[in-house]
Design a protein around this ligand. Structure first.
Ligand code: ZN
Length: 386
């Protein structure tokens, strides 16, 4: 059953546009099938979903190490001094929608009180879905079920069917999947479990999906208790962004931004969870935010114009990822493209990134291959970990 599940996931991923890029991946899995009696008490609701009784885990850290090593560790400053082969960059379009922060949840959803903060989640989902419908190469991850439910209830049956297709194809992927993205320090564990349960139940009932990746890009610090909880919920990976700057420097220098975290010492490696720290918080690379709230220059791609900037901007983008690759053990990189409440005009964001992807991929000699992706696709195909 576990095998079937994994194969289904892989099949789903292969259907994506990525299949041309990666022809080889490995499957490493181990069925833990521990009794988890402790958990059965803790998670009365989640146990109805399949993820709890069956937990995949990764072989070990060695898998990360076996991926391509880079030949050069020097920083480079221009595209001309590229020392190694093709880097695959998984661009992750995403929005981070706080379920109540400076405004109320409803103000955020509808975009009222925009003098307090310019944020309108309804249009994020409206416009992202349209862009995904138009182009199967586009992907988007969504996190906060509290907002998604509000939007979902307003949709026609036709639209709901369309969204179901996008979820089934993997273009729209729910990640984390709780009611919100909870803090790791303040909440009581019972509340964490409840809010995760609420979101996961909706996703299971509505889309028959079981989210298996933790996405805590904004909580300010991370506890081993929370990593243990995620592991025990059946999550196979955990992505976050905010760590101590000295820890981050060390990890960048030592290529340990990705690791297997064993948060639950008492049960040894059984609860190990693949953990990855984002390279640049959870934003787009500096200068490449194309949200309507950003002031970065658009990609101007008509060479007849004086302000033509496509080639230069593309080279800057490529150089950024070449530098990033110096800090990772393999050539499959992941980078967020988004931020707080972004993509309320998804067309604008995607249109500009489309131009970068097209231009850069038309220059294979630059050694960087870009595509829209999700953390799950990175895990399954890029790293061959799941
Ligand atoms: Zn936040």
């Amino acid at each position: 059953m576990l095998k079937t599940k994994i194969y289904n996931l892989i099949e789903k991923s292969l259907k994506r546009s990525l299949k041309l890029i990666f022809t080889k991946f490995t499957i490493q899995m181990q069925n833990l099938m521990t009794t988890k009696l402790f958990l059965l008490c803790l998670f009365p609701f989640i146990i109805t979903s399949s993820s709890l009784n069956q937990t995949m885990r990764f072989g070990d850290d060695q898998m990360l190490r076996t991926h391509h090593h880079h030949k050069s560790f020097e920083q480079f400053t221009s595209i001309d001094s590229i020392p190694f082969g093709t880097i695959n960059v998984h661009l992750i379009p995403h929005t981070h929608d706080d379920v109540g922060w400076l405004k109320t949840v409803d103000e955020y959803f509808y975009g009222s009180s925009n003098d307090i903060q310019n944020a309108q989640v309804q249009y994020v989902l409206d416009t992202v879905i349209v862009e995904l419908e138009k182009d199967p190469s586009k992907h988007f991850i969504y996190v906060e079920v509290a907002f998604f439910i509000k939007w979902w209830r307003e949709q026609t049956e036709e639209k709901q069917d369309s969204v179901r297709r996008l979820v089934a194809s993997g273009q729209l992927e729910f990640i984390n999947g709780g009611w919100c993205m909870n803090d790791e320090a303040a909440p009581y564990y019972e509340d964490i479990i409840d809010q995760m349960t609420l979101g996961h139940q909706f996703l299971k009932e509505t889309f028959n999906v079981t989210v298996e990746i933790g996405w805590h890009i904004d909580p300010f610090g991370h506890s081993s208790t929370h990593a243990s909880l995620f592991s025990q919920m059946g999550f196979n990976a955990f992505f976050f962004a905010r760590i101590d700057y000295q820890d981050k420097d060390y990890r960048l220098d030592n290529k340990t931004m990705e690791m297997i975290w064993n948060p639950h010492q008492a049960s040894g490696e059984e609860h190990g969870i693949f953990t990855s720290v984002n390279y640049y918080n959870y934003q787009a690379p500096p200068g490449f935010c194309f949200d309507q709230n950003c002031n970065d220059q658009p990609i101007m791609d008509d060479p007849r114009l004086e302000e033509y900037n496509l080639d230069e901007r593309a080279k800057t983008f490529v150089t950024y990822f070449k530098n990033m690759a110096l800090h990772y053990r393999h050539s499959d990189l992941m980078h967020t493209m988004g931020e707080d409440f972004q993509y309320s005009n998804a067309f604008k964001y995607f249109k500009n990134v489309d131009k970068l992807i097209k231009h850069i991929n038309n220059h294979p000699e630059w050694g960087v291959n870009l595509f829209y992706s999700t953390p799950l696709a990175l895990m399954l195909i890029g790293l061959g970990i799941l």
